[in-house]
Design a protein around this ligand. Sequence first.
Ligand code: ARG
Length: 454
Amino acid sequence: MWKGRFQTDTAQLLKDFSESISFDWRLYRHDIAGSIAHATALEAAGLITKPELEAIRAGLLAIRSEIDAGKFTWKPELEDVHMNIEAELTRRIGDPGAKLHTARSRNDQVALDLRLYLRDEADTICKLLAEVQKSLVALGEAHLEIVIPGYTHLQRAQPVLFAHHLLAYVEMFARDAGRVADARKRLNVLPLGSGAIAGSTINLDRELIARLLDFPALTQNSMDAVSDRDFAVELLSALALVGIHLSRLSEDLILWASAEFKFVTISDAYTTGSSLMPQKKNPDVCELTRGKSGRLVGNLVSLLTTLKGLPMTYNRDMQEDKEPVFDSVDTVKAALQIYAAMLREIEVNPEECFAASADWGLLATDVADYLVLHGVPFRKAHEIVGKTVALCLKRGVGLHELTLADYKALSPAFEADVLEILTLKRSIDARTNSGAPATANVKARLAHWKATLE
Ligand code: ARG
């Protein structure tokens, strides 16, 4: 493609080293869509004829069908997806194919392809996030009566509805979808027309190309447009966070599925056995998802590092953007898909959840709140209940097993009704502030998400 200026062929080692077709071939649909729009603008500018445009369009669509069917042969010596498609088109249709690259560079072409690709993938990922949210909502709804201890420092803290815990992840994934949608907004800008760096002396109707490719805006600086990959960084950042959230959910499930917790059972379809220990049932999906969050973070750091210190504008370093981008997109989609399915088949074990949440310590804060409502300053109430807990531990009994006389001895502010507050149901349903886990709140939030996710 640059044969004019060179005397000898490039070394085979360089060809192997620099080719990207082995991974960027997957941009072919976007590359072809971009080329058809570009050719339409060439025709509108009178640079090619209508029949030439038709030959280009038909040729590209035929190539696309062959690639779709796995019948197209990629040539590594042609470097990348852009050159492979263009060279094959020219081989088939001759001159019109050789005119296609007029007023275009691979620099603006690849920027376009990547934006088109990520725009599609952003939509798919938002849909998959919604599927995981739906599964979480369905699981919560099916077990509305289940109470579990909420944990801080992985120590039992206060009682919560199981559904409230699941809804925490629904909120996280909603913010993730918001971040992906936000990144999509900023990447949804047409870079084509920027040429290699400084546009072109041959002016094409960029507005027309933008309309054809459904871009609401045009990039406004040709140098920025060919050197910008921050749109990809933003998406990788959003995907790294999806990975972190999935990883934390994985960790919860791994703990909950252990014999020590036993709050849930993950279905056989989504667990694996051991080649050695016949009794084992391992939560591999959760562990792999937790593990894969590492590469999502790595891919983000990889691209940031690639871009750091690059002089303006396009540098070949930027070809290194694709593998991390593809890997993060593939990884997140696969993890979301399997999570949406796996969550639908999780069984909850009521006895274990009940046994864990019967821990009287979960209600200690409720007793402090009781004292506050009976006029005791909170810091003092905290100390009194601390002593109450110490007394329970000394006697080996629960808060509900102390007598009224015991309570009175600890503080005159205690009255007979203190014993009435010591139930899980009361503890949960008294937490009625918005965002708190009272059953009515949780029901309302489940209903909200069900309606939103429809
Ligand atoms: N394969 C290249 C990439 O992905 C396309 C752009 C090549 N541009 C160039 N000037 N060599 O970055």
